[in-house]
Design a protein around this ligand. Structure first.
Ligand SMILES: [Mg+2]
Ligand SMILES: [Zn+2]
Length: 241
């Protein structure tokens, strides 16, 4: 019996947002106003598609984008955390569900040699086209009205857990580590034995605090963290039980 660890990527594994970090590659490190203003709520992937096209047209190549991505820091304690998970891989399965994209996440996991820590990465598929432009697609289509059009993290999580169950893998509990508004949907579906781990001071933490003040707490327990080292201590207490 294993514990399933679910990680968000931006502002959880890495200490910034990959989609805004990449703008450092743009001339003057900023986007033209009309491109910046073209974002429509719920259509982030389409917006990033236009940003990548712009960067490509400005002559920003794959190497430069990769170098920029790799200059992004990990969140404090996360390197230690992933080493701990690797050492205890018999007790944990580990997945990423992210609204970033497959190219950025691959670069970062590969450079830090963390691919083996993760069983699956669910994110918007991306690739460089024949013009050298990065292109990105929606992860899936779904009918959850609380989530952006391209990704409902709860749908992904439920599908993964069901698929694992069909293959005889039944998790004793789910630990969900995230920071953002789009982590709320999966967290509200966690069960009593599961653990939501919102990053201290970020949107998910604030929203969960408000919900509990309004006497609408989530069913799972909630454990706040600032550093990956605190997550290690909590995981250690879980596997000791
Ligand atoms: Mg995030
Ligand atoms: Zn949703």
């Amino acid at each position: 019996m294993k514990i399933l660890l679910v990680f968000d990527f931006d502002n959880t594994i890495i200490d910034d947002n990959s989609d805004t970090w990449i703008v450092q590659c743009a001339p003057d490190q900023k986007l033209p106003i009309e491109l910046q203003d073209s974002y429509q709520k719920g259509f982030w992937t389409e917006f990033m598609g236009r940003v990548f096209k712009y960067l490509g047209n400005e002559g920003v190549g794959e190497d430069e984008m990769k170098r920029t991505m790799l200059s992004m820091p990990f969140t404090p304690g996360v390197v230690e955390l992933f080493n701990f998970i690797r050492e205890n891989k018999d007790k944990f399965d580990c997945i990423i569900i992210s609204d970033s994209n497959s190219v950025f996440i691959d670069w970062i996991l590969e450079a830090a040699d963390f691919h083996d820590v993760f069983d699956n990465v669910f994110t918007n598929p991306a690739a460089f086209d024949s013009n050298g432009h990065l292109t990105v697609e929606n992860y899936h289509a779904h009918s959850c009205d609380r989530c952006p059009k391209n990704l409902c993290k709860n749908v992904v999580l439920v599908e993964f857990v069901d698929k694992q169950l069909k293959q005889g893998v039944n998790y004793t509990q789910i630990v969900y580590v995230g920071d953002g508004g789009n982590d709320l949907c999966p967290v509200t579906f966690l069960k009593k034995d599961d653990i939501a781990m919102p990053r201290k001071g970020y949107t998910l933490h604030k929203t969960l605090s408000k919900m509990s003040q309004n006497l609408q707490p989530v069913e799972s327990s909630v454990v706040i963290w600032s550093s990956g080292v605190e997550i290690i201590s909590h995981l250690q207490s879980l596997i000791k039980e």
